[in-house]
Design a protein around this ligand. Sequence first.
Ligand code: ATP
Ligand code: MG
Length: 452
Amino acid sequence: MTIIRSGRFAHVDAKVLILSIGPMSRTVLREMNKTVKISKMENKQPVIVERSGHAVSRKHIDPDALKVLYRLYRHGFKGYLVGGAVRDILLGKSPKDFDVATDARPGQIKKLFANCFLIGRRFRLAHIRFRGGKIIEVATFRKEPDEAEEVETESPERNNTFGDPVSDAFRRDITINGLFYDISNFSIIDFVGGLSDIERERVCIIGDPHERYTEDPVRILRVLRHAARLNFSIEEKTASAVASHRHLLMQCSGARLFEELNKDLNSGFSSSVFQLFHKFCVMSCLLGKVGAYFEDTPGASEKLFELLGVADAAAVSGKKLSQDIIYTLLFWYWTEHVIASDTSREQDKVKLLGDAFLALDMTIVIPKSLKAGIIQTSCILDRMYAAMRTSRMRWSLKKRARYTDASIAFSIIEKSRILPAKDPFEEIFREKYPSAPGRYTRRRSRKKKRQA
Ligand code: ATP
Ligand code: MG
């Protein structure tokens, strides 16, 4: 690789270089493949927008992130604000987190910050911790590693996935996430066309969609997520490659996909995100038969989007729903369908749903406790629906740990909002059956019977 990066060869056409080297070993060939990629990048001149030409001001940046950027800069390193923070500030939104990229190596970063903790084994990241649990993540510029390199590299400090600003921009997912804000002169550096895509309001993968989705299929979710959140269009090739690559999601780590899904379910944009998941038939790749149910059953997905819309409104107003409620809502139309299609009606519903979950073929891995929560909440919901049909409610269910969650979920499903009552289900039930027996009537009468 060094022959390529030394200035003289940096822009030489790969074919010319191959001819000049003569017969090649596999290692040299691998180097040549890198040459093509690297020369492509280095030929790319960045668009640099000076301070006066853009909207990112230091007052938009978290003061602790600014401290980190300045400290790096004062010690002779590059300090760039990167990723979602630059994108969001340019779009007039408040960033969720502030990530920093630098040419300082992890060891050097650690020496600069007493409150620094290095994490990660293969690629070491620095977490600079501040008061209130705030963390500013500082990463050394890196490049997309070759498979061979990943295997060969043992020591993280000698990790040759380190790169420079150009390679760091090109290894990112979408163009609007590949922008840098340089603390040395407050300019924005754009190697990847992110500024024009912000202008055009579109999400575009960096590089060849086939390569980038194959390297990391989670990028498919990220493309859909950002398009949904920002209400941006998706560039044609970025969109069309989703259909041919979405199956790769099924090879991803289930735990990672669960984390990704949680980000969307808690974002306040889950309804729009799921509408795109549905449009691009990604739901079945994540949720197995549950996803297939929503993809194949007319009208089911629309009902789901409505439930998620209520959860989003709650998240935006600061009243985030519990994970149990959100997942119960996500699965509800499927669980309801499973219970309704059990013709025997003999089976214990907890067992029925437990067995149905086992046969789901989901790619995401849901923790056992959450699965139990979904099943129990759904079973109470089912009871509530039975009570609405028959006017008879078993009020002892109130003692169950999941009753309150079920009551809120019931209100969301039935009323498309969360009633402010302490027990929304009871309020809805009493509205329909004002003279139904009170919650302790049955127990008291049994006691009286025994005394008699
Ligand atoms: P959010 O507003 O959700 O934080 P974000 O774009 O900042 O959005 P992060 O998950 O915080 O998302 O990631 C930070 C940055 O890291 C991204 O902006 C992107 O540049 C890069 N990144 C994250 N995941 C990937 C990936 N799978 N492939 C390539 N680059 C990625
Ligand atoms: Mg972020």
